[in-house]
Each structure stands twice: as C-alpha cells, then as structure tokens.
Design a binder for this molecule. Structure first.
Ligand SMILES: [Zn+2]
Length: 188
C-alpha cells in the first residue's frame, strides 16, 4: 500500500486535526522533509493554509484541537501541540496545553519545529523585516572573500529575506548583491 493510502486509512478520510471530510493531502511535520507514515499527517486545506500562514489564523477553527490533541499518532500530537503553543495567548489553548501529555521524544520533536517556525527576520531592535524594506547598516561589515567593507550608515533598499535562515537578508551594496546579517541592520 502506498504511504498516502496508509495515511488515508489511518485518518479514516478525515483531517487529522479538525476532522473535516474534505479533500485531504499529506503534510510533513518539520524538521522532517519526506512524506512517511511516521512523519506526516493528513490535513484539509483549511488547516494546511493556516499552519503555513500563521498570520491568517482563525483562532476558533483551532478549537478542534480539543479532540485531536488526544490522538495516538505522534505527528498529530506534535502539530496539535505546536498550534496550541501558537495560540497560547488564548486561555482555552493554554488550558489544553496544560492538560496535554507528550512522550519525551515527541515533546522534543514538537519543540524543535516550533523554533524554526517562530523565528522571523528582525532588525537590531527586533522590528520585523519584510521583503522590499529599506534598512540602514549599523556597523562596518567586512565582506567575506573581498576587501570590501559595507560601511556603517549604508542604506540597503529593497531587501530580500533568506527563506531558510532568519538571520540573513539580501541586498545590493554598490551594485553588488550580498547576504547580510539582520542583527546589523535597522529598519527605516
Ligand atoms: Zn483540518
């Protein structure tokens, strides 16, 4: 049986977080990258979209975790825990978190991904950076592998953000594209 078929059988064709019976697709629970029975869960589009875009999160949708957090399936427990953690400003979510019990290795897995998902690109004062922002460099930065120094006070326009590293942004200085560290810039 294919992995997806096994997953579909496990979830009884219901979203493993909210039980909705719409179209489901496998979702790999980070830091894993492969769809396997042990590392993936079946999710509806609503859950998936909101997990991938936390800013569009509909708090009430996640009351479904009330039930799915008791799942016996480790990757479901991990995602339920991570979502509750994101929502922990809500009293009910914190209450559920307090009730939740994770085996040690599952708890480790849950926390591992949380950091990654939560870390955002921020400047030296912790202000969130966005693609297209203009920033000022706050100290002289030697450029690796060259004699060039990016001087303190240099403005970098239209920055890009490293997808896989919340510490780095890209920009052009004197016509040269380079990666710079977010901690050494200040948002305009
Ligand atoms: Zn769902």
């Amino acid at each position: 049986m294919s992995t997806e078929a096994t997953l579909l059988e496990r979830c009884e064709s219901k979203c493993e977080l909210c039980s909705s019976q719409t179209t489901l697709s496998p979702f790999v629970v980070t830091p894993h990258t492969q769809v396997t029975v042990d590392h993936a869960i079946m999710l509806c589009d609503t859950c998936k979209t909101q997990i991938e875009n936390p800013e569009s999160m509909d708090v009430n949708h996640w009351r479904c975790l009330n039930e799915s957090m008791w799942s016996q399936v480790a990757p479901v427990q991990v995602m339920a825990w991570r979502q509750l953690k994101r929502l922990s400003a809500e009293g009910w979510a914190q209450d559920l978190l307090d009730m939740m019990y994770l085996e040690e290795d599952v708890a480790k897995w849950a926390e591992l991904g949380l950091d990654e998902n939560n870390r955002k690109h921020v400047d030296c004062h912790g202000a969130p950076l966005e693609k297209g922002d203009t920033v000022t460099i706050i100290k002289d930065l030697p450029v690796k592998g060259s004699s060039m120094v990016v001087k303190q006070g240099t403005m970098v326009r239209n920055i890009g953000l490293a997808q896989d590293d919340p510490d780095l942004f890209s920009g052009k200085v004197e016509g040269q594209s380079m990666w710079l560290r977010c901690e050494y810039c200040r948002k305009k």
